[in-house]
Ligand binder design. Structure first.
Ligand code: SOE
Length: 380
């Protein structure tokens, strides 16, 4: 048995994110050197048969069908919330009150009020928190952050990002239920704004600092869908598409766009940042590459396509050899590695934590309010 400290995980939810998080729990100690090793103690879900199958497949020692029991177990150190957004607050507050660390999917809450309550409960309990804004931990995105911090771009003038999908174009796509809760506003809180633009906003604020004002428009193209469990028609309350302008505290201007009706795009997350001295751009579909333009290159000026897979990098040397790719799933392992390192003596606090989750939820809520009132919204 390894002499590592054990971090005993209880996870709520066994869908897409339940798998992505569990994969990270299983991989992190095999590739990264940290004092703590996750132990898959329990998986929790309402459907006993399905959660037992999930636990069997991934190696959780036990199962629960009531998250309240899970939270109270004294053989659990950390609660992972991989359940629909409308469950985040209740589980997180109960977990904090039980003294558990909390690793929560994004967006943190259904709205700013919820996420602030969650952050306050975690702070009061003095428990460590993580929000799974995984895209920060893709090597090329981390390199972008390093370039900004090194001042390579100079004064920033522009930021632009989009996150485009097309999976909900058909009117036949139902809403609600395990896979389709994202279309049910009672479970999700919002559509693309809290689901996809939340990623774009988190990354943007991490790279470019606070957003001070937004002006948005949203649209719900399919107004009514059938609920996948009740079979009843339900009006659709989520934003299918959202575009907004933003100003950053550093004076730069930004354009953000997201849609689930962009025919042909499955997960086109891109961003570009333009500074006085240099610019960079990134595309999830070519996730290892950072496009970079440095005005100081003189006659050699031009957009470079840097394949970020070697060099002084906190992640890549732990996997394979330079030039070989990793994937989307590795970003969750990197995010978890950062959290585990933060548990070690003397290590800095982890980000993104619940305080970061609140900041993103504040912007998301301002975006939705702006679209509703057709007015600019200041971000306090
Ligand atoms: C939506 O389809 C989704 O799964 C988001 O919920 C995730 O956060 C994003 O990373 C991929 O797309």
């Amino acid at each position: 048995m390894s002499n590592k400290k054990k971090l005993r995980i209880g996870i709520v939810g066994y869908g897409f994110m339940g798998r992505a998080h569990t994969n990270a729990y299983r991989q992190v100690s095999r590739f990264f050197d940290c004092e703590y090793e996750p132990v898959l103690k329990a998986a929790c879900g309402r459907n006993e048969e399905k959660v037992k199958a999930f636990a069997e497949n991934w190696g959780y020692e036990s199962t629960e069908t009531d998250w309240r029991r899970l939270v109270e177990r004294d053989d659990i150190d950390a609660i992972d919330i991989a359940a629909p957004n409308n469950m985040h607050k209740e589980i997180a507050i109960a977990a904090a009150e039980a003294g558990k660390m909390i690793l929560c999917e994004k967006p943190l809450g259904m709205n700013t009020a919820e996420s602030k309550e969650m952050a306050a409960a975690a702070k009061k309990a003095g428990v460590k928190t993580l929000v799974w804004y995984n895209y920060r931990f893709i090597p090329a995105v981390t390199m972008a952050k390093n370039l900004v911090d090194a001042g390579k771009l100079g004064k920033i003038y522009h930021y632009r990002a989009n996150f485009l999908q097309d999976w909900t174009i058909s009117e036949d796509v139902p809403l609600g239920g395990q896979a389709l809760w994202r279309l049910d506003v009672d479970a999700s809180g919002s559509g693309v704004t809290g689901d996809l633009l939340a990623h774009c906003i988190d990354t943007a604020m991490w790279l470019n600092g606070p957003i001070t004002s937004v002006s948005a428009m949203t649209e719900t193209f399919v107004k009514e869908r059938t609920h996948s469990e009740t079979g009843e028609k339900k009006s659709v309350g989520v934003d299918d598409a959202c575009a907004f302008l933003a100003r950053f505290e550093n004076g730069s201007l930004a354009i953000f766009e997201s849609s689930r009706y962009a025919r042909g795009h499955k997960a086109l997350y891109t961003f570009e940042m333009n500074g006085r001295d240099a610019s960079f751009a990134w595309d999830l579909h070519d996730m290892h590459r950072l496009s970079y333009y440095d005005n100081a290159d003189g006659d050699l000026r031009g957009w470079r396509s840097i394949h970020v897979s070697e060099g002084e990098h906190p992640y890549m040397d732990k996997w394979w050899v330079p030039g070989l790719n990793i994937g989307y799933e590795h970003s969750f392992t990197h995010c978890l590695y950062g959290f585990l390192k933060s548990l070690e003596d003397g290590e800095a606090g982890f980000h993104p934590d619940f305080s970061d989750g609140v900041k993103t939820d504040v912007v998301c809520e301002a975006v939705l309010e702006s679209a509703k009132t057709k007015s600019w919204q200041e971000i306090e």
